[in-house]
Design a binder for this molecule. Structure first.
Ligand SMILES: Cc1cc2nc3c(=O)[nH]c(=O)nc-3n(C[C@H](O)[C@H](O)[C@H](O)COP(=O)(O)O)c2cc1C
Ligand code: SF4
Ligand code: SF4
Length: 263
């Protein structure tokens, strides 16, 4: 199939999904392509409509076994135009539950042709001692190999109609997360210099732009973007509550999970 443009569109709060997006971009560049990266947390604007000349790689972290709600809402505005797509979710070594199925379904509902799907593992953004340091070299090698397989698959197809249907794990209806509330909300220390970056990045507008020290805990989804991106490291989860939570979470999720790929 003749692909003219590659779009890598990603949501990333603590940076691990971005690491996979950048890796994909590097791999594709080595093969002579010029992928365009869209960091959705930084308000990037992907094209409103795609066409059969496009290949779209959509990457999203897993929140409570689903896609972050604002990411799913944003995806519903895209028009696939029978373009090719690769769905990838990144999770923190607990489980990806229904997130990959949700992303795959959403892309297909928006008229994308799903060429492949991946569930990738990374350090947990809330409890970084779980899967600490991942993606590691093994994760990166596996992802690169998968991208190569996808490109080979695409070059062996004449049209998107030649793509075989994928079997992506997950359940429908998807896991109900309406009652899920993570009890950890970031606090701001005196290191804050009022730069306002956290307020601009917060995907749900929980941080007051006039006073970034004020966070609306009712709205905050504990995504960790403000913690990971604060230039002065002023934002943190409450230390003792976080320590207790991390200890229990690490114990339950210590067994290494491996990335899974669907072609
Ligand atoms: C609110 C929230 C919920 C999460 N839920 C899950 C989950 O259900 N399963 C899991 O394995 N990891 C979960 N994680 C961990 C992230 O999926 C994982 O760390 C991912 O790499 C984060 O991507 P990012 O660094 O691009 O933000 C959750 C993280 C957050 C912030
Ligand atoms: S990003 Fe950090 S320094 Fe900047 S306003 Fe937010 S908490 Fe303060
Ligand atoms: S305030 Fe909450 S939702 Fe907003 S960026 Fe920080 S952790 Fe994410």
């Amino acid at each position: 199939m003749n692909i003219e443009n590659v779009h890598i569109i990603y949501w990333s709060y603590s940076g691990t999904t971005e690491a996979f997006a950048l890796q994909a971009a590097e791999d594709l560049k080595k093969r002579g392509m010029e992928p365009i990266l869209y960091n959705m947390l930084k308000h990037a604007a992907p094209p409103a409509e795609f066409s059969q000349k496009d290949f779209v790689i959509a990457l999203c972290p897993v929140f409570a076994g689903r896609l972050p709600a604002h990411a799913a809402e944003s995806l519903k505005k895209w028009k696939g135009g029978r373009s090719l797509a690769l769905a990838a979710v990144v999770y923190g070594n607990r489980d990806y539950d229904d997130a990959l199925l949700e992303l795959s379904d959403l892309l297909e509902a928006q008229d994308f042709c799903l060429a492949g799907a991946a569930a990738l593992v990374a350090q947990h953004s809330i409890f970084p001692k779980t899967a600490q340091g991942r993606p590691d070299e093994g994760d990166k090698m596996k992802f690169s190999f998968f991208l190569l397989q996808i490109l080979q698959k695409l070059s062996s197809c004449k049209t998107s109609a030649d793509l075989s249907a994928l079997s992506v794990p997950g359940n429908r209806p998807y896991k109900d997360v309406s009652g899920v509330r993570i009890p950890l909300k970031p606090q701001t220390s005196s290191k804050c210099n009022n730069c306002g970056l956290c307020s601009k990045l917060c995907p749900v507008q929980a941080i007051d732009p006039r006073n970034p020290r004020i966070t609306n805990g009712e709205i905050c989804i504990s995504c960790t973007a403000c913690i990971a991106n604060c230039p002065t490291h002023a934002r943190k989860f409450p230390a003792f509550k976080h320590w207790v939570g991390q200890k229990a979470f690490c114990k339950q999720n210590s067994l290494r999970k491996e990335p899974e790929f669907f072609l």
